[in-house]
Design a protein around this ligand. Structure first.
Ligand code: ZN
Length: 237
């Protein structure tokens, strides 16, 4: 039994008045006192959601620097959804009920408006940055000179191991042809549940319809000048 206002322990208090703050209570009426000493502060809750949103956003933006990393994350998230989906659903319902009850008590009005606006703002800004691949473009621009130097060395047809950092990117292999096209593979991941391997990387002057890493689902996305990033499955059809 604790004071509803100041959480002073009331179990050993004589009378019906909190010695700390003077609030009235009636031991026979549980609505007049609190049963737990701790109180989930709505300010802490909103701030925690804000911090978690910001951390999640930074994680996604950092991962998006590497072609294929987010695709792998989505794949594992879907695969493990049987675990985290029910847990997050329950957490969301508890949170919604808590917020609704506090809202009826007028508690939500105390939260600074910028904190309420910050969560959707962070989410929208993150989605826009991800949609236009802004982190990846910036990271590639910073790494571009290393890629240019490597591309000058005119790689032989077929794939040649690189196994070195070119700027921000760890490059496994590269491959080129006479037309000036040079592929750099920076990541390989699973293509869903099938046996195929997806390769991701950067390509200068893409001209052909296939790559040294496969041909299926081959797509290029422009970055700057004659540089693109690509993804392709090792399935050849
Ligand atoms: Zn009190």
């Amino acid at each position: 039994m604790y004071c509803r206002s100041c959480r002073y322990p009331l179990s050993n208090v004589r009378g019906t008045c909190c010695p700390e703050c003077g609030r009235q209570f009636d031991p026979a009426d549980r609505r007049t006192f609190a049963r737990r000493q701790w109180r989930l502060s709505i300010d802490h809750l909103v701030r925690s959601i804000l911090v978690l949103t910001a951390l999640g956003s930074l994680t996604l933006l950092s991962l998006s620097i590497w072609p294929g990393a987010l695709a792998d994350l989505v794949f594992w998230a879907v695969l493990s959804s049987i675990l985290w989906l029910p847990i997050s659903l329950i957490a969301f319902i508890i949170l919604a009920v808590f917020l609704f009850r506090r809202h009826r008590q007028g508690g939500l009005l105390r939260i600074p408006k910028w904190q309420v606006a910050a969560v959707p703002t962070v989410v929208v800004v993150t989605l826009v940055l991800l949609f236009f691949y802004v982190p990846r473009r910036l990271a590639f621009l910073l790494s571009r000179s290393a890629f240019e130097r490597m591309a000058q060395s005119a790689p032989p047809p077929g794939t040649t191991p690189v196994n070195a950092w070119l700027g921000t990117y760890w490059v496994d292999e590269y491959a080129g042809d006479a037309s000036g096209t040079v592929f750099f593979s920076v990541h390989s991941g699973s293509a869903g549940l099938g046996p195929d391997v997806m390769s991701y990387g950067f390509v200068r002057q893409p001209s052909q319809q296939s790559t040294p890493f496969g041909a299926a689902g081959y797509r290029v996305f422009h970055i700057v000048d004659d540089w693109y990033w690509f993804r392709v499955s090792d399935d050849w059809f």
